[in-house]
Design a protein around this ligand. Structure first.
Ligand SMILES: Nc1ncnc2c1ncn2[C@@H]1O[C@H](COP(=O)(O)OP(=O)(O)O)[C@@H](O)[C@H]1O
Ligand SMILES: [Mg+2]
Length: 228
């Protein structure tokens, strides 16, 4: 599904000052995997996620996503690929504060030009799936952190993407709520979604089926955990 070959990412800050955020990273991820990418702050996790999700194509190396050579695509095509393949979950939920939970989940469907009636059906279905169906009229500031993250997960799922990208999804939640969100990700993976979880929390990473450790822009270990 995801195939990175010798990816180098350099942030050029000025003429004689640049940071190599990823240093020759090669990586393959198959459909249906549950991968945790762990590493200290600044190790290159988010940079890697941005590249995998086709946000950043200013890179050296080759990226093949589901057989598509990403390096050869124009920005407009990349935006489409991105919407088709990925659903995103972030540490701070990234919900629009002025919109209700329902309207937040609706956004990607509007982008996709799904008719209103079908949108309603999908929103209700996914809200139910993540256990937020009783809160759809609420705005983010009327919801707890865990509830907001559930709304964000419904928003990520509603277009039925193949891959869920979660960048520190439990970072702003208390431990018990974080575990519930992890349970939800695990369940989605069992149903066949590819899940990429970025975290600096080793305990959370243990629940994935594969753990990739990144340090100073390099993969320093990549281990598969037996089926649990
Ligand atoms: N937009 C940027 N411009 C310049 N340097 C950046 C930028 N984004 C990240 N970096 C640098 O690249 C390195 C990796 O960052 P990042 O991928 O955000 O790490 P992580 O997500 O693991 O904390 C860090 O040294 C960071 O300071
Ligand atoms: Mg990060």
């Amino acid at each position: 599904m995801i195939k990175l070959e010798n990816i180098v990412k350099e942030y050029v800050l000025s003429k004689d000052n640049s940071i190599v955020a990823l240093n020759n990273v090669s990586l393959e991820i198959e459909e249906g995997e549950f991968v945790a990418i762990v590493g200290k702050s600044g190790s290159g996790k988010s940079t890697l996620l941005n590249i995998m999700s086709c946000l950043d194509k200013e890179i050296k190396g080759k990226y093949i996503l589901d057989g598509i050579d990403i390096s050869k695509k124009k920005s407009k095509e990349l935006a489409k690929i991105r919407n088709k393949y990925f659903g995103f979950i972030f540490q701070n939920f990234n919900l629009l504060q002025k919109l209700t939970a329902y309207e937040n989940i609706e956004i990607p469907l509007i982008y996709k030009r799904v008719p209103r009636r079908n949108r309603k059906k999908l929103i209700e279905e996914y809200a139910k799936k993540v256990g937020i169906d009783q809160r759809l009229k609420h705005k983010p500031n009327e919801l707890s952190g865990g509830q907001q993250q559930r709304v964000a997960i419904a928003r990520a799922l509603v277009t039925n993407p193949k891959i869920i990208m979660a960048d520190e999804p439990t970072g702003a939640l208390d431990e018990a709520t974080g575990i519930q969100i992890m349970n939800l990700l695990e369940e989605l993976n069992k149903e066949g979604k590819t899940v990429l979880l970025i975290t600096h929390d080793m305990d959370l990473a243990k629940r994935a089926k594969r753990k990739i450790v990144i340090s100073d822009g390099k993969i320093i270990s990549d281990t598969k955990v037996g089926e649990k």
